[in-house]
Design a binder for this molecule. Structure first.
Ligand SMILES: Nc1nc2c(ncn2[C@@H]2O[C@H](COP(=O)(O)OP(=O)(O)OP(=O)(O)O)[C@@H](O)[C@H]2O)c(=O)[nH]1
Length: 206
């Protein structure tokens, strides 16, 4: 698959309160989940912007890649993923941007291709019937202006933002035949989620 004229924005700057330990440091016997996520992204995206609250952790970590990997600290700190997206969009050199989280272990290039081939304005996100999934979704760079205004009003929720801009949506019916589509939106919030993920992948959790 050719590399995309898209930037992948990887958010890794949350508080990991529910996990009880920093999600960017989740590893199994020295094999870090975040490295697997970056490895997947590097196959499809020339440019990857990692937005983190700990840039030192990422410094020199991916030097062996040919991709343009940009590490940025949040411009507006500690207020959640909407602010992370803001820094990611400002730092991106592409009009179209793909948002990924550091706690989403599954990746579907088939779904990425599906998104890429859809026309959209502002943002294109999956509607799971209950709420809009902000990750594994596309955002136009120009949106950073709207996010700034939204955050300046004291708003924080990325879902609130998606509703406010009337993001374009993808419905289950359109994508139900994509392999493993239900796994794509799974994220790891609690220690049990990490344990389940490892066990599903044949790794015994000690
Ligand atoms: N850069 C950046 N990323 C964030 C921020 N808050 C959350 N994220 C990322 O957004 C994604 C989803 O985060 P959540 O699981 O909702 O939040 P969290 O703070 O990591 O975890 P909890 O404290 O348990 O809610 C993860 O990839 C986080 O690293 C932030 O303020 N800045």
């Amino acid at each position: 698959m050719d590399k995309k004229e898209l930037t992948a924005i990887l958010l890794s700057g949350g508080k990991s309160t529910r996990m009880g330990k920093d999600k960017k440091k989740l590893n199994y016997k020295g094999s870090f989940l975040i490295d697997t996520i970056v490895e997947n992204l590097a196959r499809y995206f020339n440019e990857i912007v990692i937005v983190s609250n700990e840039v030192d952790f990422f410094k020199d970590r991916y030097n062996s890649y040919d991709n343009n990997i940009i590490i940025r600290e949040d411009i507006i700190k500690n207020i959640g993923p909407c602010a992370g997206l803001y820094t990611g969009l400002i730092s991106s050199s592409n009009e179209d941007n793909f948002l990924m989280a550091c706690d989403m272990p599954y990746f579907s290039c088939q779904y990425l291709e599906y998104l890429e081939n859809k026309e959209y304005k502002k943002a294109l996100v999956y509607d799971n019937g209950k709420y809009l999934e902000p990750f594994f979704a596309l955002y136009k760079k120009e949106l950073f202006e709207n996010i700034k205004i939204y955050l300046n009003k004291g708003r924080r929720s990325i879902n609130g933002f998606l509703n406010e801009i009337s993001a374009y949506t993808v419905e289950y019916e359109e994508i139900k035949n994509i392999e493993n589509i239900n796994k794509v939106f799974r994220n790891l919030n609690y220690p049990q989620d990490w344990k389940n993920y490892l066990e599903e992948n044949g790794k015994r959790f000690d």
